[in-house]
Design a protein around this ligand. Structure first.
Ligand SMILES: *Cc1c(COP(=O)(O)O)cnc(C)c1O
Length: 417
């Protein structure tokens, strides 16, 4: 049964779009004809502003300005400037966030820094179902340090009990990539602090999608992606947060020259910069940063309360429609029904998830498959409409009813899935 407030016809869904306070944001993105894009959680669409801004950076700043643009066009300020903007989206203060490198690399930096702040403690606690790169980076760092650290992996509901006086760091992804479960950031952080551990939050599926209040939760460190809900473009640089209270003691091993106190003094010995700049490593990718800034600027214009309300309404609607229309096909909802435990995606498990998703993509509904058996649909409230949720659920039902997925071409796996 659909909750009573959900639309019961396509016209009723369209009426919700008419009254949607975020409706005007859709026009800020380029979205191809005939596509229902439910993958903004993996690669956000192109902001129209980014297209113009990139042309300007390439032609005027790079082409004409050449090396003078590091100062004249403010290139050198971009990591900090965009970091300060992002801080407003994730409950941080200016000077606590900087944009650099990838999420994987930033995680390596803050994990190394956090372990060094808890000498004598040997354990890193994380979730078995965390995004693999987070676990791999921890494994690689442990091997590199050679200090006998242990990565203890548990199920989501065992995290509290897994923390003890030997726990140096609790490292978690706020919204799980595979099933959309969301942790209670404040509660987990409180519990970790109670046993003397530090917490690192990965906000890859949170920033720009759900309310995040790092300082409200007393978070220690965080990292996150620029190319997902922030719409920064393929491979956009990532961000890193270091709480102000840790910055003076924070040391990270990727001690590149731009994290030095005086990069252009070209000193022989490393001295970390004051503040968040010590999280930098090498030269920032200016074209990518310019595009990311356009995505972040759009996200900042949208009130987060409206984003969250629409995200929950879209995901509620999609869950209800799929459960009504596809009831006989054995889809199993793996995303929490409880709103306060749900990110901005809906995932169903099905043994034929891979070919079903390929058949959906062929029909213009782009979501993604996550091994071993998950159909994942991201609902980015800035451009996904209620009619999109309506149509996507009905196309999924068609594909299942007609077994349209059961064709050889939909079983073939490409390099990126
Ligand atoms: C997408 C994602 C990443 C990606 O890391 P990259 O270094 O940008 O490839 C990391 N962690 C989580 C939780 C993710 O969802």
């Amino acid at each position: 049964m659909a909750p009573a407030h959900l639309p019961t016809s396509r016209a009723a869904a369209a009426a919700l779009d008419v009254h949607d306070p975020l409706a005007s944001f859709r026009a800020r993105f380029y979205l191809p004809e005939g596509v229902i894009y439910l993958d903004g959680n993996s690669l956000g669409p192109l902001p129209g502003a980014a297209r113009q801004r990139l042309a300007q950076v390439v032609e005027a700043e790079w082409g004409e300005g050449l090396i003078r643009s590091w100062n004249a066009a403010g290139w050198i300020e971009l990591p900090r400037r965009i970091g300060d903007k992002l801080a407003r989206l994730i409950g941080a203060q200016p000077g606590e966030v900087i944009v650099a490198d990838s999420t994987s690399i930033n995680l390596f930096k803050v994990l190394a820094g956090a372990l060094a702040l808890r000498p004598g403690r040997r354990r890193i606690v994380s979730e078995r179902d965390n995004f693999p790169t987070d676990l791999y980076m921890a494994q690689g760092l442990i091997e590199l340090i050679g200090g006998g650290h242990e990565l203890r992996l548990v199920e989501a509901d065992e995290i509290g009990d897994a923390m003890d006086e030997d726990t140096a760091v609790v490292m978690l992804t706020h919204v799980n990539y595979r099933d959309g479960r969301m942790h209670d950031m404040a509660a987990v952080t409180r519990r970790a602090h109670a046993c003397g551990a530090l917490v690192i939050w990965d906000l890859a599926h949170s920033a720009g999608a759900v309310p995040v209040n790092l300082n409200g939760a007393q978070a220690d460190f965080a990292v996150g992606c620029g190319y997902k809900y922030l719409n920064g473009g393929p491979g956009a640089p990532a961000f890193v947060f270091v709480a102000r209270r840790h910055q003076a003691d924070f040391r990270q091993p990727l001690a590149g020259w731009l994290g030095h106190a005086q990069p252009f003094a070209f000193e022989t010995d490393y001295r970390p910069a004051e503040g968040i700049a010590r999280a930098l490593c090498g030269t920032p990718p200016i074209l990518s940063l310019a595009a990311l800034e356009c995505g972040v600027d759009i996200a900042l214009e949208a009130p987060m309360s409206a984003v969250r309300a629409k995200s929950l309404a879209l995901t509620d609607l999609f869950i209800a429609l799929v459960e009504q229309r596809c009831a006989s096909h054995g889809l199993r909802l793996v995303t929490p029904r409880e709103p306060d435990r749900r990110g901005s995606q809906v995932c169903f498990a099905h043994p034929n998830a891979f070919p079903i998703m390929q058949a959906l993509i062929a029909r213009g509904v782009i979501g993604d498959f996550r091994a071993p058996d998950i159909l994942r649909f991201g609902f980015a409230p800035l451009f996904v409409r209620y009619v999109d949720a309506w149509d996507a659920a009905h196309i999924l039902a068609d594909v299942l009813d007609a077994r349209a997925w059961d064709r050889p071409e939909f079983h073939r796996r490409a390099k990126v899935t």
